[in-house]
Design a protein around this ligand. Sequence first.
Ligand SMILES: Nc1ncnc2c1ncn2[C@@H]1O[C@H](COP(=O)(O)OP(=O)(O)OP(=O)(O)O)[C@@H](O)[C@H]1O
Ligand SMILES: [Mg+2]
Length: 279
Amino acid sequence: MQNIKEAFLIEWTYNSNSIEGNTLSLRETQMVLQEGITIKGKSLREHFEAKNHETAIHKLYSLVKDNYVLNSKDVLDLHGLVLRSIEDEYAGRLRNAGVRISGANFVPPNAHKVSEYLDSLIAYINTNPQDLNPIELATVFHHKFVWIHPFFDGNGRTVRLAMNLLLMRHGFPPAIILTNDRAKYYSALNQANNGNYGKLMLLMSQATERTLNIYLSAIPGSDKDYQVISNIVNEPDIPYGQEYISLLARQGKIDAHKEGRNWYTTKEAVLNYIEDKGK
Ligand SMILES: Nc1ncnc2c1ncn2[C@@H]1O[C@H](COP(=O)(O)OP(=O)(O)OP(=O)(O)O)[C@@H](O)[C@H]1O
Ligand SMILES: [Mg+2]
C-alpha cells in the first residue's frame, strides 16, 4: 500500500503539472521527488512545481479524515503550497483583477465577486442540497471552482488537489486526471459550462475507477490484472486481435486506460464484453 501511495504521488504530480505545461516526464518527476536529482535543461520553476505539488499532497493526506468539512482556508493553503517560491505574490491569495482562460467559452466572474462565489460554492458542497454522491460532488466542485477561477494562476492544479479531499474523506482513492486526456478534459469542462455535466462526470468516474483498480490489483489473487493489449491478445481464450481491442478501449466499451502510448486493459474486461454482447 505504501508503494502504491508513493507511485500515486509521482503520477499525480507528473500528470497535474504536465496538464499545466510542466515538461518534466514521469521518470524525471520521479528522479526529482524520490532521488532529489536536478534535471539538466529543466528550469528551476519546473523543479519547484514538482516539489511543491508533493508538499501539497502531503498536506492533503494530513487533512483527510472522516467527516472532513471543506473550508476556504484549506483551499488557500493548498494554493499557497502549489505556487510557493514560484509566484509568491499570488500564492494563497485570491485574485484582485480580471482573468481570461484561453480556449474557454466563458469569461470568469469579476474579481470582487470571487470571495463571495467561493464561499457559496463551499457552503453548497458542505450542505450538498441535491444529495449528490462523492464523485458527482467532486465533479461539480471542480467545474464551479475553475469557472470562478479564484486565483490568477494555479487554479487547475489546486482544484485537482482539493476535489480529492471530497473523494478521499469518503474513503475513495484520489482521481488523477491524465495528461493524455487533456483535450478531453478541456472539452468536458466547456460542455459543463453549457450545463452539460455528462462528459466531465464520466471522466471523473473513470479517473477514480482507474485508481481504485490499481489498488484492487495489488490485492493478492486479484483478477484485475492490467496488461498492455499486445499481451492480452496472447491469452488463449481471447478471440480478438489487437486492433479490435484497441478500438473497444478507445470507444470506452471496455474498462481500459492509456499510459504513455499504450492502452491497458484486463482479460476480464474483454471477457465481460463478450459475455454482455451475447445477452
Ligand atoms: N473551457 C474551460 N472551461 C472551464 N475551465 C477551463 C476551461 N479550460 C480550462 N479550464 C480550467 O482552467 C484551468 C487553468 O487555470 P490556471 O492556469 O489558473 O491553472 P494552472 O494550474 O496554472 O494550469 P492548469 O489548470 O492548466 O494545470 C484548467 O486546468 C482548467 O481546469
Ligand atoms: Mg497556469
